[in-house]
Design a protein around this ligand. Sequence first.
Ligand SMILES: Cc1cc2nc3c(=O)[nH]c(=O)nc-3n(C[C@H](O)[C@H](O)[C@H](O)COP(=O)(O)OP(=O)(O)OC[C@H]3O[C@@H](n4cnc5c(N)ncnc54)[C@H](O)[C@@H]3O)c2cc1C
Length: 348
Amino acid sequence: MEIDFLLIGQGLAGTALAYRLKQAGKKIRIIDQPGANNSSRIAAGLFNPVTGRKMVKTWKADALFPVINPFYQEMESVTGSRFLTEIAIYRPFLTIEEQNEWMGHSADPGFTAYMKKIYSESQSGFLKDPYGGVMLHNSGWLNINKLLDAMTSYFKEELILGKFDENLLSCEDDYWSYRELKAKAIVYCNGLGAMNSRFFNFLPFAPVKGEILEVKQEFTPDYIVNRGVFRVHLGNGIHRVGSTYTKHDLDVGATDSAKTEILEKLTDLVRLPVEKIISHKTGIRPATRDRKPFLGKHPTEESVYIFNGFGAKGVSLIPYFSELMVEHLLNGNAIDSEVGIARYFNYI
Ligand SMILES: Cc1cc2nc3c(=O)[nH]c(=O)nc-3n(C[C@H](O)[C@H](O)[C@H](O)COP(=O)(O)OP(=O)(O)OC[C@H]3O[C@@H](n4cnc5c(N)ncnc54)[C@H](O)[C@@H]3O)c2cc1C
């Protein structure tokens, strides 16, 4: 069977790219081996314009954030499913200095698109936020599991379930042959699976394990609370709380130390006890050494591409970068040097 693109992996990256290519009228196939611990299946799905301990505007926020809602809403409308929740994120201040600094941001046009309100007093007797905090908007969370399930049905013609075996791939005259498929091009969207590819094992991935809990706890505000940990209300008093960042332990098993860390950070944020731990999951983020994604074409192999390395922020990065990647695949548009894999060609 002759196709335009063979995509490896149907996590959030492969799904988004496949969707755009299919919309552009291209004939595609996606090979995916589903797994409960795949990063996209574990992720909390937050998109948050102000991130990190230092609470800075996230990298490229002004380019990324306008594309997020329209992109996922379009997928909602083609699948008839709902997976996007637009909701404010409340970030308590840790010190009076931080409060002052944010008061200073209130007139800064670079921040006004993301700042709903700054509070100098606590927002709830249940919260430990003596210095108040900043309420962000243009934020929310994506139920990635629901999106992937809905898109799996959407791709019923195109999706091939099972493990992609690179040994079976061979280059013929002007196509790549894989079993019965003849593909004009191949795109690796297979997260950390790309570390074992003969084409892309030169790229400096830097995997980061994350653990995440679902807990029962009263106090269900109409915003996400995020400082040290995030706390997202899923309904019926159940909250998703997390997550940890570990580079030294890449085993997919859940650890007591991570559970303790998350619960201690939650205690620093919320005064109420946790009634019950509902679940404890782990996944490994496909992060990169310079924390920038990997996009582009292999330097010597014809028509072999990668769309990967979205680390801890796939939900906000993928809508924008999938658009750029499609422009590159279909029209040969140049890839931004910050994310293009050419920055690592001297590693080969
Ligand atoms: C605990 C945790 C919390 C997170 N929280 C957030 C968050 O709040 N917000 C956010 O934006 N991001 C978050 N992330 C990160 C997010 O999960 C990633 O950025 C994103 O999901 C990566 O998607 P991906 O498609 O590139 O990779 P993956 O989800 O890893 O998908 C790769 C796919 O390729 C398949 N594959 C690999 N090899 C093969 C093969 N040989 N054959 C067939 N299929 C193959 C895999 O099975 C998988 O389905 C979190 C991650 C973790 C672990």
